[in-house]
Design a protein around this ligand. Structure first.
Ligand SMILES: NC(=O)c1ccc[n+]([C@@H]2O[C@H](COP(=O)([O-])OP(=O)(O)OC[C@H]3O[C@@H](n4cnc5c(N)ncnc54)[C@H](OP(=O)(O)O)[C@@H]3O)[C@@H](O)[C@H]2O)c1
Length: 234
């Protein structure tokens, strides 16, 4: 695939390395220096992948939809404009796959957390909680992944009294803990990212998947397809 990148910070660089290693071509790399030229630079790419800043997401979605380039949206912290982004994609006939976390392991962890929360539904002795930790440069808190976990727990528990704590320190790629605490004991589920490689690999899978599609999809839908294919393969 010929890929355009929005953002060339820590994630953008990890993604570029993975994409080149997998044999993809990197075309336009758009940062604050040349984002205004997106309309001219985007045509001719098979897909674009965005790891930039929340305030730029709507402009990137618009530029991709206008250029007919499917977009993988990895930036977090833009949930507030999700309805507007969806409208934009639908009105322009664009293609977008988004996810606060492209790691396959985290997306399986969402399902583990959902199953666990379903077991605790109605058990007042247990208080649910969430903890997340990331590197000191991360701007949004709680993380998009923690917000997704909170929504999952609220759905399965039937209430949203779920405190979330965020730690920003050092170089942690991303750790999320889902806990259920009682007077007698504590049950703790933990996902620990060891590096950013899993995010890049998932974003590339999403780019391949979105090519040729239209509409707005959550990464969970990509994962469903991938798991179904892998489980069919002996
Ligand atoms: N979905 C996932 O799996 C996942 C995983 C990890 C991180 N993330 C998210 O990815 C995002 C980026 O993380 P990061 O650690 O790579 O951040 P970063 O190192 O700060 O890099 C941000 C990049 O965005 C660029 N940028 C800023 N404004 C822009 C604009 N208007 N148009 C185009 N590019 C612009 C910056 O360009 P300049 O260099 O010119 O300032 C920089 O290259 C964050 O929202 C983070 O939470 C998502």
């Amino acid at each position: 695939m010929k890929l355009a990148l929005f953002g060339h910070g820590v994630m953008g660089r990890v993604l570029e390395a993975h994409a080149r290693a997998a044999g993809h071509e990197i075309g336009a790399v758009l940062t604050t220096r040349n984002a205004a030229e997106a309309a001219r630079l985007l045509p001719g790419h098979d897909a674009a992948i965005d790891f930039s800043v929340p305030g730029a997401v709507a402009a990137h979605v618009e530029a991709c939809a206008s250029a007919g380039v499917p977009l993988v949206e990895g930036t977090t912290g833009w949930q507030g404009s999700e309805a507007a982004v969806r409208r934009l994609v639908e009105e322009r006939g664009g293609a977008l796959v988004y996810g606060p976390n492209f790691s396959i392991g985290v997306n399986l962890f969402y399902r583990v957390a959902a199953a666990a929360a379903a077991l605790f539904r109605g058990l007042e002795a247990y208080d649910p909680f969430l903890e997340e930790a990331h590197h000191a440069r991360k701007r949004d808190a709680p993380s998009g992944t923690a917000l997704a976990l909170r929504a999952i727990l609220a759905r399965e528990l039937g209430h949203d009294e779920i405190p979330v704590t965020s730690l920003r320190v050092g170089h942690i790629p991303g750790t999320h803990r889902v806990g259920f605490d009682s007077a007698a004991d504590q049950i703790l589920l933990v996902h620990t990212a060891r590096s950013r490689d899993g995010f890049a690999a998932g974003a590339l899978l999403a780019a391949r998947w979105i090519t040729g599609r239209r509409g707005m999809y959550a990464f969970a839908e990509v994962l469903d397809d991938i798991l179904a294919t892998e489980r069919r393969t002996p």
